[in-house]
Design a protein around this ligand. Structure first.
Ligand code: BJ8
Length: 389
């Protein structure tokens, strides 16, 4: 990476460095809770004094082992997560005292059944829709059940004040992450797509909460200062791209680097771990902490939800705010919900006259050159003023 503040390095290495930190955390007597999804109200395990960590698999190495149990034509994220779990090759899974799953997609639901055989696993019953009083009550009740299950699993008591403190703490992180990714609204963006992605993704592996916030503050200030000094790697002519769809932690190199090598500037990720879960805060003023958490988490716009208007509204808004020229919609192999929903995203972008392309891929590198050809053609057409539909 070019002209980066030194602090970037600590983010680039956070996931790897976190392996050792995780061991230290466990040795200090703290609990660790593994989570898979943005719908998980992490404030509950945080309120229990636990460290939360994402345990979604991001490499293909463990997939052959997973395929001894799971079908081959399943999402790579699910196979990788399960494969690392059964081969003891994910330290975060290994150190987790408890896993929290959720009834999002079918593949993950069935994987949780298998994971529960090797690790204490609580699965939250997430409604399939976001509308209606019954749905709201169900999810609120589920958050209360999660609190009780976490207390039992970790041997602690969680008070409302503990949850309130965790809400405040997590909101502070969300505000900083948002301030960071919103730097890419500048034209040209001061950040490369990989810098944008790495800080968002790797933040989840910085376990010291105060250090994380300090590092984010420093990196934001440092990027701003360099930009004001005229130090920017992008130029104003690069097409501005928004990435949306399935999580890209396992395909970041293949997607981000290949797109930017093709001459574009990635300015926004409507993805989990990025804008999708950090755009809105939990209401700190709400006297009922469970209501506050229910409102926040139930509004997340993932394709697992029926009538997923929230994602469309967010995409519509982001496309304008980030002055996007093109949208690349990424579905992981066999991710039916994002694949099906791509038609709706395409219609939305067509109506806005924004270039759109959809791809489906997995964790292997075998399609990198094929994707490169497609990205190059897409970006060239944007540069030529053609709205790709
Ligand atoms: S809130 S995106 S983290 S469910 S595992 S759905 S890619 S087939 S991860 Fe997700 Fe929560 Fe939604 Fe976000 Fe598709 Fe694969 Fe399922 Fe996946």
């Amino acid at each position: 990476m070019t002209n980066l503040p030194e602090k970037f390095e600590s983010f680039n290495e956070a996931r790897r460095a976190g392996f050792i930190k995780a061991k230290e955390i466990k040795e200090s007597g703290k609990k660790m809770v593994g989570v898979f999804c943005t719908y998980t109200p992490v404030e509950i395990p945080m309120a229990a004094g636990a460290v939360t960590v994402g345990v979604c698999g991001v490499s293909e190495e463990a997939i052959p082992d997973a395929e001894k149990v799971l079908p081959r034509n399943l999402c790579p994220l699910i196979k990788s997560s399960y494969g690392h779990a059964i081969t003891d090759t994910c330290p975060y899974f290994y150190f987790s005292d408890m896993l929290i799953g959720e009834t999002t997609c079918d593949g993950k639901k069935k994987m949780y059944e298998e994971l529960a055989k090797i690790k204490p696993t609580h699965v939250m019953h997430l409604p399939n829709m976001q509308r209606g009083e019954y749905t709201y009550k169900l999810w609120k009740e589920e958050i209360k059940v999660l609190k009780e299950e976490t207390e039992k699993a970790l041997g602690v008591t969680i008070s409302d004040q503990d949850i309130r403190d965790a809400i405040k703490d997590k909101n502070e992180e969300r505000r900083l992450l948002k301030e960071y990714y919103e730097l890419a609204k500048l034209n040209p963006s001061p950040l490369s797509g990989m810098e944008l992605h790495q800080v968002l993704y790797q933040s989840g592996f910085k376990f010291d909460r105060a250090d994380l916030k300090d590092d984010l503050r420093n990196i934001i200030d440092s990027v701003k200062q360099k930009y004001q000094e005229g130090n920017c790697q992008n130029n104003i002519d690069k097409p501005r791209i928004l990435i949306t769809g399935s999580p890209i932690g396992g395909i970041s190199e293949k997607i981000i680097t290949t797109i930017e090598d093709s001459g574009a500037s990635i300015v926004a990720y409507e993805l989990c771990g990025a804008i999708r879960n950090n755009d809105s805060l939990v209401d700190e003023e709400n006297e009922d902490v469970y209501d506050a958490l229910t409102e926040k988490y139930l509004s997340i716009g993932c394709s697992c939800m029926m009538h997923n208007d929230n994602r469309m509204e967010m995409l519509d808004r982001l496309a304008d705010e980030y002055k996007v020229d093109g949208v690349i919609d990424v579905a992981l192999q066999a991710c039916h919900t994002f694949n099906v929903e791509s038609f709706r995203v395409k219609q939305l972008m067509n109506n806005k006259n924004i270039a759109y392309m959809a791809i489906e891929t997995d964790y292997s590198k075998s399609d990198t050159e094929q994707l490169r050809t497609r990205f190059e053609a897409f970006i060239e057409m944007i540069e030529d003023g053609v709205c790709v539909k």
